[in-house]
Design a protein around this ligand. Structure first.
Ligand code: ADP
Length: 526
């Protein structure tokens, strides 16, 4: 009990002042004792009484820590007070006083529950010494009771189910939350086996957890409970608690009702399963639909390429014969006839280019086109492209500037024929859809180590906003370009070719100001 020494009267805070009840039928003695204590000890609150009935009433309201009781209270005995005082204040210290210096008295007093015994007349020094001794005990008792009270409150007020088990798994304590759930009293459960409680669905699992906890392990497991024909799931933790010698003294099972959470989890699992099943089913349906669509697409491509071949033969004959008609001696033809034949030739050529482009598109779509990837000199390709474009350009008052100098033109790594076709399409569009006296600028810049961006910038009418998303779809044409010859296939062809080449295509445009179409083409890797 070394800690007793650490508590002194200085440790008593004002609100912790000790309550002392003096009971003696001799009012002079009571008064003199009160005086002594007031002078010597200012850490007592003193109440007095002169008979059993007033002492009992005062104690009931006052809850004294120490009672100084005269054994002889007139016709009554102070010893009779001990039991009733303890009933109201179990921690009370009772010190008996008597004028009879008889050991028998002392023995009787101790038997009746007195904590000490003092002879009258009281020696003030001895009285104070005795009181101080019990005062220290009381302080310790108070703090112990307070600690117990706090822990009890935590134990009882916890929403979790809390138990204290001994090493044999016998219930020593159980909190109110658990008691009220099972509709039991403490008396019914304390002293019974926790693992054998009627509510467990799997008693062995509970016994295993207790065994493991006794060996020093903290165990956590989900346990099923059935109570009043309802099934619950609890999340239980079994914690071993050691005593001051380090031995496991008690096990604290702590349970939390997770029935609702478990139900949600199960619902989510079954929802997931049904979702997975639906996704699988849908994927299968989509696979079949895709196969059917692929088949239909192949049939369409085959039909197109077949038809294109069939159409081109008579079409070439129409163009050829109309050219023959106007060539050589055409003096027997009127001007109107010559102009009509020219119309036939132009319409035939337009139809032929349409058929050729449609054939190209269908060939790419059906994977019939093969790229020949090689190292290419961009300046050489552009020279070739501009030679092809020149006849169209020369009929317009448009200025085309190629900003890519021959000296530092980068080396590309792509298919020559496809790149040439894409550049011709973009530049001829820039010419077709440009304004009178407009300009075209061809530029290139590296956008990364792997790609070169080639852009064709014009000052034409621009792309209407509503076509931004569909401009690369086949047969998309702006409403205001119908007077200009075109099929609406060129850009979709470009997009398909560029993506085959592993590049990208895009544009920026401002209506009535112009457009810039760009392509990202793979560069040679060193
Ligand atoms: P086509 O030129 O034969 O119509 P394209 O696929 O090359 O077919 O172009 C599709 C449409 O995109 C054109 O009809 C035109 O409306 C628009 N377009 C393409 N390039 C330009 C451009 N440089 N300036 C303005 N509009 C353009």
């Amino acid at each position: 009990m070394s800690y007793v020494n650490t508590v002194s009267s200085n440790d008593i805070k004002p609100d912790e002042r000790l309550r002392l009840l003096i009971v003696d039928d001799d009012r002079d003695i009571v008064e003199s004792l009160q005086d002594v204590l007031e002078i010597e000890c200012d850490d007592y609150v003193v109440e007095t009484a002169h008979d059993i009935s007033s002492a009992t009433n005062k104690a009931r309201a006052f809850h004294p820590d120490i009672a100084l009781l005269d054994i002889k209270l007139g016709a009554e005995s102070g010893l009779d007070l001990i039991a009733s005082l303890r009933e109201d204040t179990p921690s009370i210290t009772c010190i008996m006083m008597t004028a009879y210096r008889d050991v028998e008295y002392a023995i009787t007093a101790i038997r009746c529950g007195a904590d000490d015994f003092l002879y009258k007349p009281l020696d003030p020094a001895n009285l104070i010494k005795t009181l101080k001794r019990f005062q220290l005990n009381q302080i310790l008792l108070r703090s112990k009771l307070e600690t117990e009270r706090r822990f009890r409150a935590i134990f009882e007020q916890s929403f979790q189910f809390l138990y204290i088990l001994d090493q044999d798994g016998i219930i020593q304590d159980i909190n109110k939350t658990a008691l009220s759930f099972f509709n039991n009293t403490e008396e019914e459960l304390i002293g019974t086996s926790f693992a054998q409680a009627p509510w467990w669905e799997d008693k062995d699992s509970v016994a295993d957890a207790i065994m493991a906890a006794i060996k020093g392990n903290t165990i956590r497991k989900e346990l099923a409970i059935e109570h009043c024909h309802i099934k619950y799931t609890f999340d239980y933790t079994f914690k071993p608690v050691k005593d001051s010698s380090g031995k496991i003294a008690i096990i604290i099972p702590e349970g939390r009702d997770i029935t609702d959470r478990k139900e949600y989890e199960n619902n989510i699992v079954s929802l997931n399963q049904s979702l997975e099943y639906r996704v699988l089913k849908r994927t299968e349906e989509l696979k079949i639909a895709k196969q059917e669509a692929d088949m239909a697409n192949n049939a369409k491509t085959n039909f197109l390429s077949q038809m294109s071949h069939e159409l081109r033969t008579p079409l070439n004959a129409i163009i050829g014969f109309s050219q023959i008609l106007t060539m050589g001696d055409a003096s027997n033809l009127t001007e109107l006839q010559i102009s009509n034949i020219k119309h036939i030739e132009d319409a035939g050529k337009h139809l032929l280019s349409l058929i050729n482009q449609t054939l190209d598109l269908s060939q790419i779509e059906s994977g019939q086109i093969e790229l020949n990837i090689d190292e290419l000199d961009l300046s050489k390709i552009l020279r070739h492209v501009l030679t092809i474009i020149n006849p169209i350009l020369s009929t317009k008052s448009i200025t085309l500037t190629n900003h890519i100098s021959d000296d530092d033109a980068p080396i590309l790594h792509t298919d020559e024929q496809s790149l040439t076709q894409v550049l011709i399409n973009l530049i001829s569009n820039a010419i077709k859809y440009n304004s009178d006296n407009g300009t075209i600028d061809i530029e290139a810049k590296k956008i990364s180590d792997n790609f070169l961006r080639i852009s064709v910038k014009d000052t034409g009418q621009g792309i209407p906003n509503n076509l931004y998303d569909t401009i690369f779809d086949p047969f998309t044409r702006a409403k205001n370009v119908h007077a200009i010859e075109g099929s609406g296939i060129g850009l979709s062809l470009c997009k398909k070719l560029i993506s085959l080449m592993g590049g990208d295509i895009g544009f920026t445009s401002v209506e009535s100001k112009g457009s810039t179409f760009w392509i990202d083409v793979p560069l040679r890797q060193r």
